[in-house]
Each structure stands twice: as structure tokens, then as C-alpha cells.
Design a protein around this ligand. Structure first.
Ligand code: GTP
Ligand code: MG
Length: 452
């Protein structure tokens, strides 16, 4: 339905963290609790995201959230499968996410992707909360159903409680090493300066009410102004994925974070070579879970308002890029909108220098994330681009004066066979990894070896 004037938009919550620390399980539990609360129909599995309306959050959070205190419509959660699409989501200088949950396994503690997540949240200045997950795996933990964490802790033996505290303080210490002042969430007075840590179990649901309460509180207090947008205005969004869909051809899985996108809207999308100008043929939403066995996988909708996930079917999308901006033209000047999209792409196109390394990445978001990390490490970049490593990248890397810069950092992309051969021949080093942190570390070690 078209939004009404004055309506606040839904904050976007990104769920981030190391592989297997429980991001998806946490969202499953939030969805599942809603089912238990008889609200199954209210929760919708959107493209790349899960929308949870305010009344459902308040049902799950119980007495911790009073809907009267809030005027935000709910929360839109974005799961980030593994590390990979994490960076895709961090599109263009600003964060797509308004707030974030960093999930950390209490037993496993900080891991490379935890640190990477924190680095990016730091850079984009995105407020976040830490979910210290899997408390039920502590030896001797006495589990129960979804309930506030305080009552769950009260049920534990002294030994389990002190074990938990020890691990939580370890996480708080790690956060401090990364430059964040943090404490147990119930001790945090000012969430603007301090990170709250919420112990919970995504499996049992213990502590999940607390997490939702902190998220609503954070959004209401710090995001209200940002959420006061013209939700009826021309839409803006980000491409999460470019996918083939039977019957629809190439489609975009997108998050709309501003305004409204309507059927038949003319849109401009960032493309590999130049902005694509096209017209929306259909806006597709997955069928609700209960109807999944019907013939068609998708329902079509006439319009989608921020913030929401949507699949956009339109002609000429083959060159669209994950991480690229989407803009609705509507009654604006087409040239101006094209320029807007180009400017946004240029912003991500990393500040390159005359001397430095060559970087290739799978999406604009990951390109941006790597460049940020390299900048922090004071490693200059001569050339940065989306796409597989091709011979011309080797030719480019070869032109660096400093031998330590005759290197290609390849993130989540393939190295073409002839490029690999040429690199060997020309003494250009290629580093490949799907973890930014690891990629940069490997390169650092290489530099140290050269310098010794
Ligand atoms: P990626 O998407 O691969 O990054 O992982 P993820 O963070 O989404 O982790 P996922 O939710 O898939 O959970 C990984 C494993 O941990 C699964 O086997 C879950 O059942 C388990 N798990 C997640 N949360 C909990 C928890 O709170 N307690 C217990 N005991 N197991 C959990
Ligand atoms: Mg997952």
C-alpha cells in the first residue's frame, strides 16, 4: 500500500558477524516466536530481508517494549549470509543499514569477520548492539523458552553465572581493543557513546526480548529524524543481487531505503559500463510461507515503500551490479538522475593514486570495504575495479614502480587462466581470499618478506 504522509520509515537493521555465530538462527527465532504468538501472517519474508512490525516486536519483547512509546513502524532485518554479502550490503560510503547487530558466539569469541564487521561499522558510524550468542552452550546452562535474559540468568547456578560473566567481559575487552567502550546493555546509560552487550541464545530465545528492546530503543532515540523522510517520494535503493528468474529474465534483488518504487516507474541503475535507464515491469515479493506450494513463487505488488526488500523485473538489467544504486526518475529530469547515479558510483570508485596496488572485487560494496581497510593500513591503491582478474589487470599492476606494489588483491573473484600465466611471467603477485582481513594480512606478510 502507498504510504501516508508523515509516516516514519522502517529502520534497516543489518545482522553481521563471523560465520556460524548464529545470525540466521537469530532471525529464524524472531520469525518463529511471531508464529508462536499467532502472528505468523504478520511477518513477511521479503527479498533479502525480514520485516517485523512494531506490534509483533512488542508481543515478543513482552513487558520490555510498550508500543505506546514508539512511533516507528517496526524493523527491517537484513541477514548477511557469511561474510560475502556483508560487504555488498555496505554500499556506497554511507551505510545501507541504519543500525546493526553484531553476533558473537560467547564461546568462540572474536573472530576475523567479527573484527571486519566492527571496522566497517566504525567507518560508516553505524550504531550497533552486540548479541553475545549461544549462552545455552555454556556447560551446565539450564535452558528455558523465550524470556528476558535476567530471569534466565537467575535460574543458573553460581558457577554458570560466573562462567558467563567471564566470557562477556572478554567480549567487552575485545570491543575495547577495537576502540569501542562497551558494557552489559542493562548498565549502559547512553547508547550513543557506549555499546550494549546483550547475552542471548538464538536457539532457545532467551535474551531475544532484550535484544529487540535495545534495538527499538536505539532506533527511536537516534534514528527518528533520519526516518522522517517523504516515503511517497521517488524511490532510492541498492542492488543486493542480480539474479536470473524464470519468466522474468535478469532481475534485481534490492533494498529500497528511501521513497517509493512503483510499477511502470522509470529507473536508473548503476551498470558495469554506464548507468542503465529502464522501466519497472514488475515488483515481485515472495509468497508468504503458508502459500509457498502454490504454482507461482512470487506475488506482484503495485508499489513498494521504504524500507523494504523487493525483486525488480525490468528489461536491460544484464549489466547491473550488486552494490549499485537504483533511482526512480518519476517527475525529475532524467539527465539529473543519471548524474546522481554516476556521482554515487564515483564516490565508491576508490580514491586511486599514481602508485600503489591493484584491487579487484566482486561487488561495489566489497570494493569499498577493501579500499577502506587498505586506507586504514596506509596501503596505496593505483587501480580498483569490479570484476575477475584479467591480463590487463596484470599489465596495470606491472606498471607500479615499487616492487611491493606490483601486486593484485583479488576478493571473491576468479583469476583468468591467461592472467595467472602472465602474472607468473611478469612477476606480479596475486593474492586471493574471500575474507578481507585475511587478504590484507597475506599482502602485509608479503611486504614484510620483501622488506627484509
Ligand atoms: P553464516 O550464515 O554461515 O555466516 O552463519 P550464521 O551466523 O547465520 O549461523 P547459523 O545461524 O547458521 O548457525 C550456525 C550453527 O550454530 C547452526 O548449527 C545453529 O543451529 C547453531 N546455533 C546458532 N545459534 C545458536 C544458539 O544460540 N545456541 C546453540 N546451541 N546453537 C546455535
Ligand atoms: Mg546465516
Amino acid at each position: 500500500a502507498e504510504p501516508t504522509a508523515g509516516q516514519l520509515r522502517t529502520p534497516i537493521v543489518a545482522v553481521l558477524g563471523h560465520v556460524d555465530h548464529g545470525k540466521t538462527t537469530l532471525l529464524d527465532t524472531i520469525r518463529g516466536s511471531a508464529v508462536t504468538e499467532g502472528e505468523a501472517g504478520a511477518i513477511t519474508q521479503h527479498i533479502g530481508s525480514t520485516a517485523v512490525p512494531l506490534d509483533v516486536i512488542s508481543e515478543i519483547a513482552g513487558k520490555l517494549v510498550d508500543p505506546e512509546d514508539f512511533d516507528l513502524p517496526g524493523l527491517l532485518f537484513i541477514d548477511t549470509p557469511g561474510h560475502h554479502s556483508f560487504s555488498t550490503l555496505r554500499s556506497r560510503g554511507g551505510a545501507l543499514a541504519d543500525i546493526a547487530i553484531v553476533v558473537v558466539d560467547v564461546t568462540d569469541g572474536f573472530q576475523p569477520q567479527t573484527i571486519e564487521a566492527l571496522d566497517i561499522l566504525k567507518r560508516t558510524q553505524t550504531p550497533f548492539v552486540v548479541a553475545a550468542n549461544k549462552v545455552d552452550t555454556l556447560p551446565g546452562w539450564n535452558p528455558d523458552d523465550v524470556e528476558p535474559i535476567q530471569s534466565a540468568i537467575d535460574r543458573q547456578s553460581d558457577r554458570v553465572e560466573s562462567d558467563l560473566n567471564e566470557r562477556l567481559y572478554e567480549i567487552i575487552g575485545e570491543l575495547s581493543d577495537e576502540g569501542f567502550s562497551a558494557d552489559m546493555y542493562w548498565r549502559v546509560q547512553n547508547f550513543q557513546n557506549n555499546i550494549g552487550v546483550v547475552p542471548l541464545s538464538a536457539m532457545t530465545g532467551e535474551g531475544v526480548p532484550d535484544l529487540l528492546t535495545v534495538l527499538m530503543g536505539l532506533s527511536q532515540r537516534f534514528l527518528k529524524e533520519e526516518m522522517s523522510i517523504d516515503v511517497g517520494g521517488p524511490g532510492a535503493g541498492t542492488v543486493l543481487e542480480v539474479t536470473e528468474e524464470r519468466g522474468f529474465g535478469t532481475t534485481l534483488d534490492a533494498i529500497v531505503y528511501d521513497g517509493t518504487v512503483r510499477e511502470d516507474d522509470r529507473i536508473v541503475v548503476g551498470g558495469v559500463n554506464e548507468p542503465i535507464v529502464t522501466e519497472v515491469r514488475a515488483l515481485l515479493k515472495p509468497k508468504p510461507l503458508s502459500e509457498i506450494r502454490t504454482e507461482k513463487e512470487f506475488d506482484t505488488v503495485e508499489a513498494v515503500a521504504a524500507a523494504d526488500g523487493i525483486k525488480i523485473a525490468a528489461p536491460d538489467l544484464d549489466d547491473a551490479m550488486a552494490g549499485a544504486p537504483i533511482r526512480v526518475v518519476r517527475d525529475r529530469d532524467l539527465e539529473e538522475v543519471i548524474e546522481e547515479v554516476q556521482a554515487e558510483l564515483a564516490e565508491i570508485e576508490v580514491g586511486t593514486e599514481e602508485e600503489g596496488v591493484t584491487v579487484k572485487a566482486d561487488t561495489l560494496g566489497s570494493l569499498e570495504a577493501i579500499s577502506g581497510t587498505l586506507e586504514d593500513e596506509e596501503i596505496p591503491i593505483m587501480h580498483a575495479e569490479v570484476g575477475d582478474v584479467a591480463p590487463r589487470d596484470v599489465r596495470m599492476a606491472e606498471t607500479a614502480d615499487d616492487p611491493k606494489h606490483q601486486a593484485i588483491l583479488a576478493f571473491g573473484v576468479d583469476v583468468l587462466e591467461d592472467a595467472r600465466r602472465l602474472a607468473e611471467q611478469e612477476d606480479v603477485d596475486i593474492f586471493e581470499d574471500d575474507v578481507i582481513y585475511q587478504l590484507v594480512e597475506d599482502y602485509d606478510e608479503h611486504v614484510t618478506a620483501i622488506e627484509e
